[in-house]
Design a protein around this ligand. Structure first.
Ligand SMILES: N[C@@H](CCC(=O)N[C@@H](CS)C(=O)NCC(=O)O)C(=O)O
Length: 237
């Protein structure tokens, strides 16, 4: 059996959380079977593997199910510690700080920018844009502290926090095209703007990050789905 054993990933190519896990797998040089999911029509395998949240990503390692992208990345880093670079920092203080900021990005960044897509009025959209900008400004401060003047959050190469924030960049790029909002501009968040360019040039990002057009297409499909659900709910009243 290969070093990785039997490894399967249930995913959605545009999902930031799936991108995060796929980049980690790539960094470790692991081969795996990737099984794309249709979240509009969830598969038996997904429902059975993640009955609590019914979400992707799901990693299945030798029949064991591992859920939640952060937990999965940490699992990958621990199980295949001897393969590829260490994803989490080795120093306990740096590890704790990376986990803190990654949790912050999960909690605040995703909900802020997804809100831009979900907004039904201009005012609501503008609020979500400001919220996204505020989170990015905080992450700019985090970058200044964590990177110590180096290229990435983790130093000279990509680590846990880079994956945690970098996995969202394709969505910010798509929103620029969809709504004309420019995030990560040199004027406001110069450090993150430079980092985002370097991140996009890494092998892991090039291998895994989907094209902006694919992201936009999915965003439009989601919007149409939400609109149809709203109409159905209103007619049922
Ligand atoms: N905290 C989870 C979040 C995963 C998540 O939100 N996945 C979304 C795709 S981006 C999903 O599967 N949504 C399905 C649904 O909400 O029905 C993680 O980090 O893995």
């Amino acid at each position: 059996m290969a070093a990785e054993g039997d490894l399967k990933l249930l995913g959605l190519s545009v999902s930031p959380f799936v991108v995060r896990v796929r980049m980690a797998l790539h960094m470790k040089g692991l081969s795996y079977e990737y099984i794309e999911q249709d979240l509009f029509n969830k598969s038996e395998l997904l429902l059975k593997s993640n009955p609590v949240e019914k979400k992707v990503p799901v990693l299945i390692h030798d029949g064991k199910t591992i859920l939640d992208s952060s937990a999965i990345v940490q699992y990958i880093d621990e199980v295949w510690a001897a393969m590829g670079p260490s994803i989490l920092p080795v120093d306990p203080y740096d590890r704790a700080a990376s986990r803190f900021w990654a949790a912050y990005a999960d909690d605040k960044l995703f909900s802020a920018y997804v809100g831009i897509n979900r907004a039904t009025t201009k005012v609501e959209r503008a609020e979500k844009v400001s919220e996204t900008v505020a989170v990015l400004e905080r992450l700019e401060e985090a970058f200044a502290k964590q990177s110590n003047g180096k290229a990435f959050f983790a130093g000279d190469s990509v680590g846990y926090l880079d994956l945690a924030v970098g996995c969202h960049l394709h969505w910010l790029k798509a929103q620029r095209k969809m709504f004309g909002v420019v995030f990560l501009e040199a004027g406001r968040t110069p450090l993150l703007a430079g980092w985002a360019k370097r991140f996009a040039e890494t092998d892991a990002a090039k291998e895994v990050v989907p094209d902006t057009d694919v992201v936009m297409e999915y965003a439009k499909k989601r919007q149409a789905y939400r609109a149809a659900v709203a109409v159905a709910a209103a007619t049922a009243k």
